[in-house]
Design a protein around this ligand. Structure first.
Ligand SMILES: Cc1cc2nc3c(=O)[nH]c(=O)nc-3n(C[C@H](O)[C@H](O)[C@H](O)COP(=O)(O)O)c2cc1C
Length: 651
């Protein structure tokens, strides 16, 4: 049994005693937009779940420290006294759950100089337009207007004073600490980067000048919070853009921040403009730990590592090897708020790992309330206590994919007797194929989690048995949950049944292909299969009928995968409607013209159709019949898991 002695060693940040080394970093949830500001104090429940799971410190934010808030829609910020009531409720909740709370006081790049009632302006050090836009996957979408007004020298002092007023609100709201972000395109960061700061006053030029704004902000906050109150500062540690600052540049910033009064350094590598994967599954779990280690070499104050630290064993190792003093676990705590407690109790196998699918990021990019693929009740823990059902029932679940496994788990936890039928020899369903393409292995942790939980719960699992109406009825179930998934569509194209044509699944599972492969269908599965094949030195062409490759891929993952496909020489053709498959290639039609694509092997990736035959046969034969996941409509793991949870919860 691994003892997590380093991870659970207390640490002090200034006078603040933290029970362990796990920090929940700021995660904008949009719960405030959707619920809190409409009278339902949803965020408090969310923070309660995280805090009671054992994280030592929750950094809450981003909270905009200067007026106005982050534009539309309105949020809970910290720039007006009316925010304090919300914030106080949140800190009370965190404290009651035995944890500490810090307020992230952000200084985004817009400001109403005259305060409330005056129009906001986009502001910057020098009005420099950066090259890439704010989102690498969508260069047209700017988080901040690139055409901003350079600040007058006197205005900097006004902003510093505003941040200090927000620090006072943080005190009034009961926060134990504040975090000043000098990161992610915000104003203080833009002053430090030479590319965006071309000023010739005392805030531009030398590093000492460029860091002055951040130092004055920190020092001013210090005057209002007092000597012993912790001030954290969040930096990139590496901007990861050619025109930005690297680790050695950021190392030079640290002494200035410390001199100004910072008590701990937290970090978030890169920024919105970074065109290198940072949060995605392709990023190895410890990819950015070296940045923390690099900052720690020069810092006198504690340093917190961040990004893709989803495994407590990795977290323990980071602290043990002295690469950082603390670890941030953001999405890993969305995936399982109980991660710290489970780890401390020696139950790492019970932890549901973040798989870095980035669906939470996609939510927030679209301003939807943040959810999670593997934790269907994130933010809703309070509404779904896993208490026993009034009347235990016999529940039959058919299909051991993500939805079926989750349904079996939750139904059992609620006291029902569950039988889970799976026609394959292992649990996992379509996830077993999902882990096959390059960089998709994180999903294995979810298969493992469910498999281990179902084992511990002693669920009656019948592998290698395709349930039919007879088997289902013979168990006399009170409820039946059909989770039979979906099957690949074979399109009615002449030649589609030939022996050199196969489905994407078959190709992924290792059915041999010849060296020239054409993939019909350029959605997620087609693209992933292309990468899989190109890795095996095949010459790959993707034919997509839409104008856009990877149209069904989420915004955080699409550009990452497409960049790789481009780099590996996959030919991608859009607007092609395939009309015929022959022994030597594929014929397609584009803009009324016939085109020919040579191929020795053809792979079909044109979508899925619900496998709902059993569900239809059972209609009218069982009292409580439910269909979940792909057999209703093929979608994502997240929907299958959520339907599995909710259906089982309702029985
Ligand atoms: C949905 C979402 C919202 C986030 N919002 C913020 C934010 O408001 N401020 C901030 O500094 N970081 C924000 N982050 C970044 C996280 O603090 C963290 O650095 C990032 O998720 C990487 O760590 P992880 O792999 O442990 O999740 C957000 C992350 C997510 C997933």
């Amino acid at each position: 049994v691994e003892l997590f002695t380093n991870l659970f060693k207390p640490i002090r940040i200034n006078r603040l005693e933290l029970a362990n080394r796990i920090i929940f970093p700021p995660i904008t949830t949009a719960y405030d937009v959707h619920y809190d500001l409409k009278g339902d104090e949803h965020s408090a429940y969310f923070y309660e779940a995280i805090a009671s799971g054992g994280a030592a410190l929750l950094v809450i934010g981003a909270l905009q420290a200067i007026y106005p808030g982050r534009r539309e829609p309105p949020r809970v910020e910290i720039n007006r006294d009316q925010d304090i009531a919300h914030l106080r409720l949140w800190t009370n909740t965190v404290h009651k759950a035995g944890s500490k709370a810090a307020a992230q006081l952000a200084v985004w790049n817009y400001w109403s100089k005259g305060g409330e009632g005056t129009p906001p302006e986009d502001i910057s050090p020098s009005g420099i337009v950066t090259q890439t836009g704010n989102f690498p996957h969508d260069p047209k979408r700017f988080m901040f207007d690139p055409h901003t007004r350079p600040l007058e020298t006197e205005e900097i002092g006004m902003i510093v004073a505003e941040v200090a007023r927000s620090a006072i609100r943080a005190l009034e709201a009961g926060f134990d600490a504040v975090e000043i972000p000098v990161v992610a395109q915000n104003l203080l960061e833009r002053f430090i980067i030479p590319f965006t700061n071309r000023r010739d006053d005392r805030y531009g030029g030398s590093l000492e000048n460029r860091v002055r704004f951040a130092m004055e902000t920190i020092a001013k906050v210090r005057t209002v919070v007092g000597q012993s109150y912790p001030i954290l500062c969040r930096i990139a540690a590496d901007d990861m853009v050619p025109w930005g600052m690297g680790l050695t540049d950021w190392q030079k910033v640290i002494p200035y921040l410390e001199e100004a009064g910072v008590d701990a350094i937290t970090m978030m590598p890169g920024g919105y403009e970074t065109r290198a994967p940072r949060q995605q599954m392709v990023v190895p779990r410890d990819a950015y730990v070296h940045l923390a280690a690099g900052i720690k070499q020069v810092a006198r104050v504690p340093v917190c590592a961040n990004m893709r630290i989803n495994d407590p064993r990795l977290a323990e190792r980071i602290i043990r090897e002295n690469k950082a003093d603390l670890v941030a676990m953001g999405r890993p705590l969305l995936a399982d708020p109980q991660l710290p407690i489970k780890t401390r109790e020696g139950r790492v196998e019970d932890v549901r790992f973040c798989v870095a699918c980035c669906s939470c990021f996609e939510d927030i990019a679209e301003m939807r309330p943040v959810g999670c693929s593997v934790n269907p009740i994130v933010g809703w823990e309070h509404a779904f206590p896993l208490i026993p059902a009034l009347k235990p029932k016999l529940v039959c679940v058919v299909g051991g994919g993500p939805g079926g496994m989750e349904a079996a788990r939750v139904a059992t936890l609620r006291g029902h007797r569950v039988t889970l039928w799976e026609k394959g020899d292992r649990l996992g369903g379509e996830l077993l194929d999902a882990v096959l393409p390059p960089h998709k292995q994180e999903w294995q942790s979810f298969i493992d989690y469910e498999t281990i939980q179902l084992g511990k719960l002693r669920v009656d699992i019948r592998l290698n048995q395709a349930a039919d109406v007879g088997t289902v009825l013979s168990g006399k179930p009170d409820a039946v949950i059909v989770a039979t998934g979906a099957i690949p569509v074979v399109p009615p194209i002449p030649g589609a049944a030939s022996s050199h044509v196969m489905t994407a699944e078959e190709a992924l599972r290792g059915r041999p292909t010849k060296s020239t492969v054409t993939i019909i269908g350029g959605g997620l599965i087609g693209c992933e299969t292309a990468e899989h094949l190109v890795r095996a030195d095949k010459k790959v062409t993707i034919l997509e009928k839409l104008q856009r490759i990877g149209d069904d891929i989420g915004s955080f993952n699409r550009w990452v995968l497409l960049d790789r496909l481009e780099a590996s020489g996959v030919r991608m053709e859009t607007g092609v409607k395939v009309t015929m498959i022959s022994g030597t290639g594929v014929e397609g039609e584009r803009k009324g013209r016939t085109e020919w694509f040579p191929a020795e092997t053809v792979v079909l990736a044109v979508g899925y159709q619900a496998e709902d035959a059993l569900a239809r046969q059972l209609e009218g034969k069982v009292a409580n019949l439910y269909k979940i996941g792909a057999c209703v409509n093929p979608r994502r793991v997240r929907q299958a898991v959520e339907e599995g949870f909710r259906t089982a919860y309702g029985i």
